[in-house]
Design a binder for this molecule. Structure first.
Ligand SMILES: [Zn+2]
Length: 94
């Protein structure tokens, strides 16, 4: 964790662009003191229904939304397995 923070600090000018290169189109947002990867899903890519963890409603196929997972998790790959599909509005309002 400490090493990672030092690495980020060494790239102060383009941290979001670096993350975008490393993780496709996902960006990093900070919420509630934690960092999260936020990957927008286009309507064409939304082929399955999910349950939004914020409102408990369905994120239906064909609806643009975001996939969110912890960016600062010590569990690494497990954080990616734990990613959640949110309504875009629900994530922004969180
Ligand atoms: Zn929702």
């Amino acid at each position: 964790m400490a090493a990672r923070r030092q690495k980020r600090r060494a790239q102060p000018h383009v941290p979001l662009d670096v993350d975008r290169l490393m993780h496709g189109v996902a960006r990093v947002e900070e919420r509630a003191g934690a960092e999260w990867h936020v990957q927008p899903i286009s309507p064409r890519s939304a082929t399955k229904a999910y349950v939004c963890p914020s409102c408990g409603g369905a994120v239906l196929p064909g609806v643009a939304h975001v996939v969110v997972w912890r960016a600062d998790s010590i569990f690494g790959d497990r954080a990616i397995e734990d990613r959640r599909h949110w309504h875009t509005g629900c994530w922004r309002a969180r």
